[in-house]
Design a protein around this ligand. Structure first.
Ligand code: PBG
Length: 343
């Protein structure tokens, strides 16, 4: 007696699911995955934050950021040359200010010959084609580690803004391309824009840290610039609360209104939802900062062999593009650029 055909077939193949849609078909090969990919990270998306120290010919490792070093000005020029040869569009500077130069009002921030200004001049002379972004805030320069003036336990807003305008002018005179206020004082973008315009720096851009949260992820950065030990209290009266996103939109709206050319969300990966909301609401150049703690998590886990560091690096950056970021500050920038160049 012949066996029923249906049962015969069932032995070699499972019953049909009757699927007309099989999303896996698009994932079956590398060529196809590349073809259908919605977002792609390119070297044009990268901004490389660089730590500076005094001296010459010296690179000083940052213990809590494996692979990251503080550079003397001559080494920073070399780094800028490397960045340019990799086609990284822009770099940014963060100084480790000598402790004896720090004081209650951050007066070294207004020194025309401070570490940042010297680095800007040297880099713009040697590598004019690279974009230079400089941070405006007082924290590297104050003895208490705050971004503004501290009076009777309060960070005073308007008095701080006056100093930030001066700091911006000094950086513009040194030749910076972009002023990046990271202090979160109210009204600083408008005041800086007015100050720059009056002094004839109409083409100096402002990239504002518009939505900057009071975050535990800045820890290694504060080690790198030497403010961890000295910071008095925390920054919650000026940096944003982690629970808020409407407030981020309000901050962005204000900064754009005051003349910001582009806006930033910081930290990065824990705030991808904020990047998405900002980009969708305003449709302006929107940047993300993959901060020191995010870098440290990936680098430390990779060092321990707990994850594939290269893949985690690329995946974390792809996430920013997917969320809508136009570019990313990342300490991985040179490594990513090299990887992208290799294809
Ligand atoms: C300070 C500033 C901070 C960072 C950039 N600018 C730290 C802070 O607000 O305490 C953090 C960057 C990082 O963690 O990588 N104005």
């Amino acid at each position: 007696m012949p066996r029923p055909l249906a049962r015969e077939a069932a032995r070699t193949e499972p019953a049909s699911l009757g699927l007309t849609q099989r999303p896996r078909r698009n994932r079956k090969a590398e060529w196809s995955r590349r073809l259908v990919r919605e977002t792609t990270l390119t070297v044009d998306d990268l901004i490389w934050p660089i730590f500076l120290i005094e001296g010459e010919g010296r690179r000083d490792p940052v213990a809590s950021m494996p692979g990251v070093e503080r550079l003397t000005v001559d080494e920073a020029v070399r780094a800028a040359e490397k960045a340019a040869s990799l086609r990284i569009p822009a770099i940014s500077f963060f100084p480790f200010v000598e402790p004896h130069l720090r004081d209650a009002t951050g007066s070294e921030a207004l020194n025309r010959n401070n570490l940042v200004c010297r680095a800007v001049r040297a880099v713009k002379r040697a590598v004019p084609e690279i974009g230079v972004i400089t941070d405006v805030a007082l924290d590297p320069y104050t003895s208490h580690g705050h971004d503004g003036l501290l009076e009777d336990g309060v960070i005073v807003n308007d008095e701080t803004v006056a100093l930030l305008v001066e700091q911006s002018l000094i950086q513009a005179e040194a030749g910076t391309d972009v002023i990046a206020p990271s202090d979160m004082m109210d009204g600083r973008v408008g005041a800086i824009r007015t100050g720059l315009d009056r002094a004839g720096f109409r083409d100096v851009q402002i990239m504002t840290y518009a939505a900057k949260y009071a975050s535990a992820f800045y820890g290694p950065f504060r080690d790198a610039i030497g403010t961890s030990a000295t910071l008095v209290g925390d920054k919650r009266t000026y940096q944003m609360d982690a629970g808020n996103t409407d407030e981020a939109l309000r901050e962005v709206a204000l900064d754009l209104d005051e003349g910001a050319d582009s806006v930033m969300v910081k930290p990065g990966m824990p705030y991808l939802d904020v990047i998405r909301r900002v980009k969708e609401t305003f449709s302006v150049p929107t940047f993300a900062y993959q901060v020191s703690g995010e870098y440290a998590m990936i680098a430390a886990a990779a060092q321990n062999g707990w994850l594939d560091g290269e893949r985690a690096m690329m995946e974390s950056l792809a996430a920013f593009k997917r969320a809508g970021a136009d570019g990313i500050f990342t300490y991985f920038a040179p490594r990513v650029a090299e990887r992208l160049r290799q294809g």
